[in-house]
Design a protein around this ligand. Structure first.
Ligand code: HEM
Length: 401
């Protein structure tokens, strides 16, 4: 099959439960040209090379044919140095620099409390939806607290965050309609955040939004639009990714009952389990947003200046040229290397937090649900092929400890 049509099939909803055989076919052409003139890169070494190549931009405004105007300027995930570095530095400063994961580590007790309460919430039953009952509310509660967003406002921006993410990257349905829905959601979220930032500026608290709104140091202050797009990025990133890591994790453990058993007895095993999950069932399958700033020759193919480049991270993490026996889930492998958090200057900013959240949630679920069983395998998936994960994950159990 032609690489372009393999790539099209990957995005069809029917392949959501298991896109991995198609990734293997795609890797036969490491750098493939698509019908729209863009390129998709699917092998580990080539993806890593491009993630670290300064000729590869994250700024869509630099495409030969830039997309129609976005409602907001891009957040720092969609910009290049020096703009990117200044905004990332500013955000890190207030996020409690995750480059010293100590701050995140100090949240361990609080994270534990939130998970404990959520699992207590399903204790009176013998069936739970891991997504709606645990994996979604947990990271959302945490990111709202960190940013200083009142928890009761969460349902309002839950809808916006979903619209933004579901309409990100390639997808099914009318493309203009998808773009319109995304724009409307971005504008609604921006208005909400603008009002919230003003309230925090008048009356600052001990949270990231207050820090960003009042900072006056060497990199600051952030303009109002910078503040809004940074807050929106953190909220959406904190909302829509960790949920899939926890859910994919629970699904994988339920498919490997021996491992679930071991996690109950060997608490540290969860660290490598989460790392292997980021390789084997990652939440982010594609980075659809890169642009070639020059002609770039890689794996014998020249990507012309101005072209769009998609990096197929989930495919790279299962590349047999880089990982031994990649289709096997094995947290005991000696080195676990993956592209789950990307790489280079845009490497995930929330990685220490996301790792700790997933470790705590999965270990507690393994310890407290007695005899857990999957109700449907595969579970129903969300439509998105870029941020991939189940919509629901129904689990039956005898009781909760
Ligand atoms: C960037 C994955 C959780 C904030 C990224 C990138 C990936 C990623 C692949 C690279 C994007 C690119 O290169 O274009 C994930 C996964 C997560 C997760 C798999 C959960 C399991 C979080 C959380 C936060 C966060 C909890 C915030 C608290 C960010 C930000 C960036 C980013 C701000 C942009 C960094 C930059 O451009 O310099 N993430 N992420 N992420 N992530 Fe995450």
């Amino acid at each position: 099959m032609e690489p372009a049509s393999i790539y099209e099939q990957i995005h069809q909803f029917t392949n959501r439960a298991n896109p991995y055989p198609l990734y293997a076919e795609l890797r036969e052409t490491p750098v493939a040209r698509l019908e729209d003139g863009g390129y998709v890169v699917s092998t580990y070494e080539e993806i890593v090379a491009l993630l670290h190549d300064p000729r590869v931009s994250s700024d869509r405004r630099k495409l030969a044919h830039p997309p129609p105007g976005e409602p907001l300027p891009p957040s720092f995930i969609g910009t290049d140095p020096p703009e990117h570095d200044r905004l990332r530095r500013l955000a890190m400063r207030h996020f409690g620099p995750p480059h010293s994961p100590r701050v995140v580590e100090n949240m361990r007790g609080e994270l534990h409390e939130v998970v404990k309460d959520l699992i207590d919430g399903v204790a009176g039953r013998t069936q739970a939806d891991i997504v709606d009952d645990i994996a979604y509310p947990f990271p959302v509660t945490v990111i709202c607290r960190l940013l200083g967003v009142p928890r009761e406002d969460e349902p309002r921006f839950h809808g916006w965050a979903e619209e933004i993410v579901e309409n990100l990257g390639p997808g099914e349905g009318d493309q203009d309609e998808r773009a319109k829905r995304r724009t409307a959601a971005v504008l609604a979220l921006a208005t909400y955040l603008e009002e919230l930032a003003q309230a925090h500026r008048r009356n600052p608290g001990d949270d990231v939004l207050s820090g960003l709104a009042t900072y006056e140091g060497p990199d600051g202050p952030m303009s109002d639009t910078e503040l809004i797009s940074t807050a929106a990025l953190l909220l959406v990133a904190g909302h829509e990714t960790t949920v899939n890591l926890i859910t994919n994790g629970m699904l994988t453990l339920l498919r490997n009952p021996g491992l679930m058993e071991r996690i109950r007895d060997e608490p540290d095993l969860i660290i490598h389990t989460v790392e292997e999950l980021l390789r084997f069932e990652p939440p982010v399958h594609f980075l659809p947003q890169r642009v070639a700033l020059d002609d770039i020759t890689i794996a014998g193919v020249t990507i012309p200046k101005g072209s769009s480049i998609v990096l197929a991270l989930a495919s790279g993490s299962r590349d047999p040229a880089h990982v031994h026996d990649p289709e096997r889930f094995d947290p005991d492998r000696p080195y676990i290397q993956h592209l789950g958090f990307g790489g280079g200057i845009h490497h995930c900013f929330g990685a220490p937090l996301a790792r700790l959240e997933a470790q705590i949630a999965l270990r507690e679920l393994a310890k407290r649900l007695v005899n857990p069983r999957l109700v449907t395998d595969p579970p129903p998936y969300r439509p998105n092929s870029t941020l991939r994960g189940p919509r629901h994950l129904l689990v039956e159990y005898d009781r909760v400890l």
